[in-house]
Design a protein around this ligand. Structure first.
Ligand code: NAP
Length: 332
């Protein structure tokens, strides 16, 4: 089953949002999942504004093509191989990023994601959605933290931006989704709710991680200007839905969710406004959450009300430390 083809979306709010962003000459921005969708718009926009762009993608023809496209547009861009389904690959990417950014990393955009995949374990033993969408980003952020501190010390601002989703709404965080229980987390049987619960938990984790990071980062780092922010794109016609369908999303429930998303979806440019605002707008501050809100989603990106849950944030942090094996989150 493939979602119905849709007409190209008119871009409505991107140009206006772009006018509120500063030049980025001398800045370095890293974006996970920049082969397509919101991550590609984030990477190309940062490149056009003068940033050096580090594209953290798993090796593929798509990754090579995305790199070429940025370079052809005149951007300074590099590919850092990073497969978020493998902690070993993320560790290599973290080390490569530190080496590639001796003057500091101004923005880490944890954007990559998968949605509604079957109940399978990664090679590390975790749920494929939770490891790709949250756990690997948790690990990556810890590994490149020193580069964020370097940038903040030099230029007064450095940011981690996590990409969540409207799908974060639902049941509270449950420990098992973050533990080495991949392949045994709800299954794929009738009515097929398990895959959507696993996605919901991973996107809730993105938001909880943001607040936990905001609260836990050393005061000295916050004083230098390191910030943790979150965004969500709203329903976006990026091709993500097609990937879910190709991975087996053919049930009635899948068709309903994917079809409803695409009927309301906006363009990838408009979907990228949240992460662009959180990552680059000078007035954005740590702990903020940007995205379209309210009836008639999607719409202009606004500053959303904080959805705090300190107990869940504490559990998320401790489970993520245990699952990724991070020893000293904020380095020395
Ligand atoms: N589209 C929507 O309606 C929507 C709504 C809410 C939230 N979101 C969120 O927005 C983010 C971007 O999604 P999108 O809509 O722009 O979809 P997309 O076009 O499919 O982009 C997803 C990106 O993630 C990358 N990725 C997937 N698995 C990876 C892995 N193991 N290692 C490294 N990179 C990997 C993909 O790279 P490959 O080319 O290697 O697959 C791709 O670059 C996701 O976090 C998603 O959850 C999307």
């Amino acid at each position: 089953m493939a979602p119905s083809p849709t007409a190209p979306r008119a871009t409505e709010v991107f140009d206006q949002a772009l006018r509120m962003l500063p030049r980025l000459d001398g800045r370095t921005v890293a974006v996970t999942g920049s082969t397509s969708g919101t991550g590609q718009v984030m990477a190309s926009t940062c490149g056009a504004l003068g940033a050096r762009v580090l594209m953290l993608n798993r090796p593929s023809a798509r990754a090579d093509a995305a790199l070429d496209a940025l370079r052809r547009a005149g951007a300074e861009a590099e590919l850092i191989p990073c497969d978020l389904q493998s902690f070993a690959s993320v560790a290599e990417a973290g080390a490569a990023l530190i080496a590639a950014a001796p003057d500091g990393l101004d923005v880490l955009c944890n954007n990559a994601g998968v949605m509604g995949l079957p109940d399978t374990a990664t090679g590390d033993g975790f749920d494929i959605q939770m490891q790709t969408n949250h756990l690997s980003h948790f690990l990556l952020t810890s590994l490149v933290w020193p580069a964020l501190v370097t940038a903040a010390a030099a230029r007064g601002d450095a940011r981690v931006v996590n990409q969540s989703s409207g799908a974060r709404r639902g049941p509270a965080l449950k420990d098992e989704f973050l533990q080495r229980r991949g392949g045994a987390l709800g299954g794929d049987g009738f009515p097929g709710l398990g895959k959507w619960r696993r996605y919901q938990q991973s996107k809730l984790a993105n938001l909880l991680f943001t607040y936990a990071l905001h609260d836990r980062m050393p005061r000295a780092h916050a004083d230098l200007g390191v910030k943790a922010l979150c965004a969500h794109p709203g329903p976006t016609d990026s091709g993500l839905q097609e990937k879910t369908a190709q991975a087996g999303g053919a049930r009635l429930l899948d068709r309903m969710i994917l079809g409803r998303t695409l009927r309301r979806a906006h363009s990838v440019e408009d979907g990228a406004v949240g992460i662009l605002t959180a990552a680059l707008r000078p007035s954005a501050t740590s702990g903020q959450f940007y995205g379209p809100e309210g009836r008639g989603l999607p719409g202009p990106t606004v500053l959303l009300a904080a959805e705090r849950d300190p107990e869940a944030e504490a559990r998320l942090w401790s489970l993520s430390v245990d699952s990724t094996g991070v020893a000293d989150y904020f380095g020395s």
